[in-house]
Ligand binder design. Sequence first.
Ligand SMILES: Nc1nc2c(ncn2[C@@H]2O[C@H](COP(=O)(O)OP(=O)(O)OP(=O)(O)O)[C@@H](O)[C@H]2O)c(=O)[nH]1
Ligand SMILES: [Mg+2]
Length: 249
Amino acid sequence: MKIVIVLPTYNEADNIAAITAELWALPFDDLSTLVVDDNSPDGTGDLADRLAEQHPGRLHVMHRPGKLGLGTAYLQGFRRALDMGAEVIVQMDSDFSHSPDYLPKMYEKLVEGGYDLVVGSRYVRGGSTDERWGFGRWLLSWFANSVWVRLILRTRVKDATAGFKMWRAATLRGLGFETRVRSNGYIFQVEMAYITERLGYKASEYPIYFEDRRIGQSKMSIPIKIEAATGTLRVWREHHHLTPADRAK
Ligand SMILES: Nc1nc2c(ncn2[C@@H]2O[C@H](COP(=O)(O)OP(=O)(O)OP(=O)(O)O)[C@@H](O)[C@H]2O)c(=O)[nH]1
Ligand SMILES: [Mg+2]
């Protein structure tokens, strides 16, 4: 199947060559990468253009004029991937927190398990977060994902904010994401996961070890976390009425 991996980038000049090289080396017949760069001040976009020239057909680059957010970067990337004829679409961070090594197993699960979505999950048996996380940070993340979001949304997926996902193209088309998904920050991942479940798609979680970014500055902050917490309520309000009959045609 034709696989397209969407890689949003903002200041990933130190990571982009290595992550794409690892992805291209995976044992898939038809895998290409799509970088969505938001005019990164560190020149990630130019670097990606050069890589694309050196590796024709393996890398496509979308340039946006400025930092417009992770959510819309994914939505535009998904649209482009679907137009490219992708049958399987992967979303993952470009900073090695999501290891490419998991993709063959996630693919096996998607295809052989007959799932509509496979989530790379930190909060199922076998999954974990960076061992350098202190207890407080782990507790907050665990609470947000496994308690707060699940209490409000009643999702089956345990890692609701996971940004590592492998989609069937048909699932993404059915979501109608262009008109339905409105969030752009961290809550974007929750909104996508919730709509997927409300529409009756079958999601499975594959355990991953989430390693903190190898290179570059962490941008996680308290205001971002608060926004994600309140955003969960909005996601419920807007989508709890959805049923499988609401899948986009
Ligand atoms: N195109 C685009 N990419 C973004 C934007 N914000 C973040 N990214 C990318 O999205 C991925 C995830 O963002 P990160 O900044 O790593 O978020 P995080 O892992 O929660 O936080 P860190 O601790 O900083 O790693 C990375 O590949 C970023 O380069 C954005 O506004 N636009
Ligand atoms: Mg990161």
